[in-house]
Design a protein around this ligand. Structure first.
Ligand code: UGA
Length: 446
């Protein structure tokens, strides 16, 4: 069993650390945030990630947390880098936290520890880290790229039962050592040079967002021609060459990875002299997709000035409290800019920076007197949205389903107006739900 130091106690570092400890390795997780380390030492979990608590509990005697670099480095054969690489103003990845880790390695590191890059970094970072280590006289420290492919909410399973393990190394033996570290995980291993491993990560995320933006554009075409994108996606996805995944149309992708990584690849290509046309379009489609919800509301309600809109779900996807680049941010701010009053509900996310948005404790409180409710995140709780209480509480029982989460027939039968993304509208029992006519503008009326 190996000894592993992990730099960064965020989502990636904690999942990586806990899972390696679960595999039987000795792990020391180091972070610079005293409060975070104190909480971890006290047995508290600073992030919401299903299953992580249990894994940590199981391996508590093999994992420790520290602020001290030495503690993480001493005796470690692997030094995993799992720090944040957020976008800079230019859209490039900010590698300052990565450089801090490299520069903080003690000058007298003994043996051949391997710096293993888990953070998502631009292609070429490995070569730069190698050069920096060499310049410091740390030629004995190896470097390996081992990108992560875990998704929030399923990170533990994704780590322990991955589709593949990607390992890019300058030195054959270093790559083999990282492969050996994963013994106990049953998955194909892709061994590559460092640049290719770095690009695999960015290309995989770019391909996933391309699929989502593609199906979102198909959804927009569906709305014009009267087709149903959920059926189209099903029919397309059953082609084995295409597969069913990441074909859920909706109001766009967000999160801590897709927006950042797609932008980073776009800028990486541009910095290398290549205009990545397709990726540019994929990103732009996503920007516009979030705004379509606002247009749908305007088509139904006319001006949104003075209207109350319930935003249901804030996190960028269910089973996480992560609000980074969540589509709910853009939607809430656009609604406020249009003069609407915005009430929001989320079972977990409690953002403190959504100015002007009233955060409600229950779905019922959020929809009370609302002119419409928008499903932004498909939390399971929303399956039960179309109750008589909700219908009666709303000023107008209109549901815009930004995730095609509900069954339109059931919603309409329960007495609600319903509009999804790329789905034909259905007639409501009490009137016509399709081709909606805008209501007269409230402001103009008064
Ligand atoms: C994503 C990737 O799925 C992981 O493989 C990758 O390792 C990770 O980024 C990363 O780079 O660290 P994550 O951001 O946690 O994981 O979330 P996803 O479940 O992929 O969802 C991302 C966004 O896409 C969400 O806003 C979701 O609502 C949206 N989405 C996803 C769709 O709109 N349609 C789909 O069909 C799938």
């Amino acid at each position: 069993m190996a000894r592993i130091g992990i730099f960064g106690a965020g989502y990636v570092g904690l999942v990586t650390g806990a899972c390696f400890a679960d595999l039987g390795h000795e792990v020391v997780v180091r972070d610079v945030l005293p409060e975070r380390i104190e909480r971890l030492q006290a047995g508290e979990m600073p992030i919401f990630e299903p299953g992580l608590d249990e894994v940590l509990e199981r391996s508590r005697d093999r994992i420790s947390f520290t602020l001290d670099v030495r503690e993480a480095v001493d005796g470690a054969e692997f030094l995993y880098v799992a720090v944040g690489t957020p976008p800079t103003v230019s859209g490039d990845a900010d590698l300052s936290a990565v450089w801090t880790v490299v520069d903080e390695l003690p000058d007298d590191v003994q043996g051949r520890p391997l710096v293993v890059m888990k953070s998502t970094v631009p292609v070429g970072t490995g070569a730069r880290v190698r050069a920096r280590l060499d310049a410091r006289g740390l030629g004995n420290v190896g470097y390996v790229s081992n990108p992560e492919f875990t998704a929030e909410g399923t990170a533990v399973r994704d780590f322990l039962e991955p589709d593949r393990i990607v390992i890019g190394a300058f030195d054959e033996a270093d790559g083999a050592a990282v492969e050996q570290l994963h013994a106990g995980i049953d998955a194909p291993v892709v061994r590559a040079d460092v640049s290719s491993a770095e690009l695999i990560k960015l290309a995989a995320n770019a391909f996933l967002v391309t699929r989502i933006s593609f199906i979102n554009e198909i959804a927009n075409v569906c709305e014009l021609v009267g087709a149903d994108v959920t059926r189209v996606a099903e029919g397309v996805g059953l082609d084995k060459r295409l597969g069913p995944h990441f074909l859920r149309a909706g109001l766009g992708w967000g999160g801590s990875c897709f927006p950042k990584d797609s932008l980073a690849l776009k800028q990486l290509a541009a910095n290398s002299g290549y205009h990545f046309q397709l990726l540019n379009a994929v990103i732009e489609v996503n920007e516009l997709q979030k705004r379509r919800v606002v247009q749908k509301l305007q088509q139904r309600l006319g001006s949104l000035r003075g209207r109350t809109i319930a935003v249901l779900g804030l996190a960028f996807k269910p089973n996480t409290d992560d609000m980074r680049e969540a589509p709910s941010r853009v939607i809430a701010h656009r609604l406020i800019a249009e003069g609407a009053e915005v009430r929001a509900w989320d079972p977990v996310a409690r953002p403190v920076d959504l100015e002007g948005v009233e955060i409600c404790d229950s779905i019922l409180a959020a929809v009370r007197d609302a002119d419409a409710a928008v499903i932004v995140t498909e939390w399971p709780e929303l399956r039960e949205l179309t109750t008589p209480e909700v219908r009666e509480a709303m000023a107008r029982p209109l549901i815009i389903d930004g995730r095609n989460f509900l069954d339109p027939g059931v919603v309409v039968a329960a007495g609600f107006e319903y509009e999804g993304i790329g789905r034909p509208t259905l007639a409501t029992p009490g009137g016509v739900n399709g081709n909606p006519q805008p209501e007269p503008d409230r402001e103009l009326q008064s």
